[in-house]
Design a protein around this ligand. Structure first.
Ligand code: FES
Length: 158
């Protein structure tokens, strides 16, 4: 059975007091759950629902709406390429193809060594700086094919 650490449980209790409704603290609690468990599985959704005191269906609805919550396990580096209109016009398709080639995987796949998961996502909110790629919590803007190759190469050395 999954369970937050004691510190995380204390943090959830504190969040519940800070927000006006139980629903309102769902996003930060899901963020904590992703950090703690790696991804938001159905089991995690049920656990979070019980902890906050809302229905699992509500948690499911929110967790599946936002692409920032991973619904399945991802590699050490989750590479998310924005393919929305502004980034598309700036060449995000080429960046995605370059990543597929460099990583040897297709979208929504993870490399055999569990280092990289590749996804295409909707707008990342940095439309003026496309093509934009998010890798874990870091944003890489105005990506070129060479720049993204260098980024992957650097991450492989870490
Ligand atoms: S369209 Fe790519 S960040 Fe908005």
């Amino acid at each position: 059975m999954i369970q937050f650490s004691q510190n995380a449980i204390k943090r959830v209790e504190s969040l519940k007091k800070q927000y006006p409704t139980k629903d309102a603290c769902l996003l930060p609690v899901l963020h904590m759950a992703q950090k703690e468990f790696g991804y938001i599985s159905p089991e995690v959704m049920e656990y979070v629902a019980g902890l906050i005191g809302i229905s699992p269906a509500r948690v499911y609805g929110v967790a599946t709406f936002y692409t920032m919550y991973n619904k399945k396990t991802v590699g050490k580096y989750h590479v998310q390429v924005c393919t929305n209109i502004s980034c598309h016009l700036e060449g995000s398709a080429k960046i995605l193809d370059t990543l597929k080639s460099v990583l040897g995987i297709e979208e929504d796949q993870t490399t055999p060594d569990k280092m990289f998961t590749l996804s295409s996502v909707e707008c990342l909110g940095a439309c003026g700086f496309g093509p934009v790629v998010q890798i874990n919590d870091d944003y890489y803007e105005q990506c070129t094919e060479q720049k993204i190759k260098d980024i992957v190469s650097d991450l492989r050395k870490k």
